[in-house]
Design a protein around this ligand. Sequence first.
Ligand code: AMP
Length: 269
Amino acid sequence: MRDLLPHTPQVAVFDTAFHQTMPPQAFHYALPADFYREYGVRRYGFHGSSHRYVARSASRYLGIPLEQLNLITLHLGNGASAAAIERGESIDTSMGLTPLEGLIMGTRCGDLDPAVHFYLQRKTGRPFGDIEGILNRESGLKGICGMNDMREIQRSAAQGDPQAELALSMFCYRVRKYIGAYYAALGTVDALIFTGGIGENSAVVRSRACYGLTALGISLDERRNGTAGGEITHIQMHDSRVKILVIPTDEEREIAEQTVEVIRKKGKG
Ligand code: AMP
């Protein structure tokens, strides 16, 4: 790019940057400390541009400064992650050293007992490289039911396909568990935000992910939920303590805005 556009400033916006505010208790793995020091083995998190964009959009929509908001953001797409945002800063997120950890995704398994790798290796005799490929590209929704398009899965589940129903249930249950975990991490939550292809478009997933959370102050309005999409919408009941928002993400815009910020600061410096 330097050769092609020698006078254009180049800015790198890392998808992990937003999560750099995670405290040590959240970003460390319980492994020998040398692995962190020597190899940088820690949780980094991804989808940072998306989590930051929807957090800032929520602040504008609610008319409350970001520094005063506690949020749980759920980026549910082919890749999926959750983030706990305390007074505008990421304090935890579900992806780790790589995007494999956390929620169930289109083809990634998400959280898994690490011993499964060794067990599979012993049982199948396949090298670790193969198993890594299976966990990344043959697992998740696709592994469970053979499909990774949520629209198709919902259709098949509605027609009685038990594997599609299992995939849908597992996906939503994992999201619900993360909402509970991040609620505990934050103490109080002002808003729950759904984004990403599934989060923005699937009323079924949003409904199931919020199911049974009334005791936490999270009450979804099914009528609003059913018509949400395309623009920022709130979908909570009028007496829900926690706001529930559907926000279309725009990672490209977030990257462009951060690029402008960097260039402006550099110009001033
Ligand atoms: P993304 O990676 O953010 O583009 O999201 C892709 C995922 O969103 C795929 O699993 C799609 O099936 C899903 N998706 C897109 N539109 C819908 C919809 N109307 N209902 C359910 N899932 C959808």
